[in-house]
Design a protein around this ligand. Structure first.
Ligand code: GTP
Length: 304
């Protein structure tokens, strides 16, 4: 059959347009092939050159995909391989994400979506990879906001509960000590009522800074709400926690918070986690001791 020159021109034009379009995509259109013997390659790759380099690098990948896998973050590599294997076995779409690392240390988060088809010699996926670094960073920012107390910048109750869950599980598994302090400012209502809410806010912020400065990096100081704070101390037995609580109490009592008459004091309940107990049992015991400190006259640490 004779070829119609005009329709060939049209086809060439369409192909050129398609090529130009894929080259400017904010992602990659690809084919990935894996033989039954494990040989893998990218027969087709087009799009964002940030992800898989220039045409010379892509030429290499069309023969051997291992150069691409060298750039996958080591923490993400096993998950990616499991996802590929599952998709090959089940012929369900491949859907996962991973970090792509550049030699210069730059990292991109890539989302991959691809449909597999069985061939005689292996599996072929047709799919897309999209750079989702901005979304991942934005999600991390939102998570940070939802875990942070606005006024003091400290972790909030929600974040402390996550830490508690993790540290209790470590303590249960390894039998390592874990202590908890519950701190409450004494007569804070009086400070607010006498000097105003803004002055009260300043006291909360200053107290948070003061405590932060006296704690180790791995100790989690959180604001639970109002004038109540907590400190979670991994690898710390009650005796050390007691010394630290006394030090905080002392430093706060002698600190000049800028209030015209007198200082600020705190009451503290401390306790150590008992292997096997639940988070709420630990919290309740620390709370009971805090209220015992209040009952006994305030500006006090109670540990049993
Ligand atoms: N300035 C300020 N005040 C707050 C904030 N959150 C809670 N408060 C106030 O903290 C005060 C807490 O009062 P109470 O619960 O009666 O406790 P207290 O006066 O410290 O008395 P004791 O704990 O028994 O020593 C209340 O007046 C709340 O309005 C805040 O973010 N900023």
């Amino acid at each position: 059959m004779a070829l119609d020159d005009t329709s060939l021109d049209g086809t060439r034009h369409d192909l050129d347009q398609l090529k130009a379009m894929t080259e400017s995509l904010p992602g990659i259109v690809f084919q990935f092939y894996r033989s039954h013997h494990g040989k893998a390659c990218f027969p087709y790759l087009a799009g964002d050159s940030k992800i898989f380099g220039d045409s010379a690098q892509r030429e290499l990948l069309s023969e051997d995909a291992s150069h691409a896998f060298d750039h996958v973050h080591p923490d993400d590599f096993p998950r990616l391989m499991v996802a590929v294997e599952r998709s090959a076995q089940s012929l369900m779409p491949l859907a996962t994400q991973f970090r792509h690392c550049e030699q210069e240390g730059e990292e991109y988060w890539i989302a991959v979506r691809a449909k597999p088809e069985r061939l005689n010699s292996g599996t072929l996926w047709n799919g897309l990879m999209v750079n989702i670094t901005e979304q991942i960073e934005y999600q991390a920012h939102l998570r940070e906001l939802s875990d942070t107390d606005d006024l003091t910048g400290l972790p909030n109750r929600r974040k402390l509960m996550c830490h508690l869950k993790r540290e209790i599980s470590v303590s249960n598994r390894h039998g390592t000590p874990l202590s908890l302090m519950m701190i409450d400012i004494d007569h804070f209502k009086h400070i607010n009522d006498t000097w105003g809410h803004l002055q009260g806010d300043k006291v909360l912020r200053r107290l948070a800074e003061l405590c932060r400065g006296l704690l180790r990096e791995e100790d989690c100081l959180a604001r639970l709400g109002g004038e109540e704070f907590a400190v979670l101390l991994p690898l710390t037995p009650l005796s050390h926690c007691q010394k630290l609580a006394e030090r905080l109490r002392h430093e706060i009592a002698r600190h000049d918070f800028g209030l015209p008459n007198g200082g600020v004091t705190i009451s503290t309940g401390i306790t150590e986690h008992r292997v096997g107990e639940l988070r709420d049992q630990l919290l309740e015991r620390a709370d009971r001791r805090l209220y015992s400190a209040k009952r006994q006259g305030r500006n006090l640490v109670v540990g049993n």
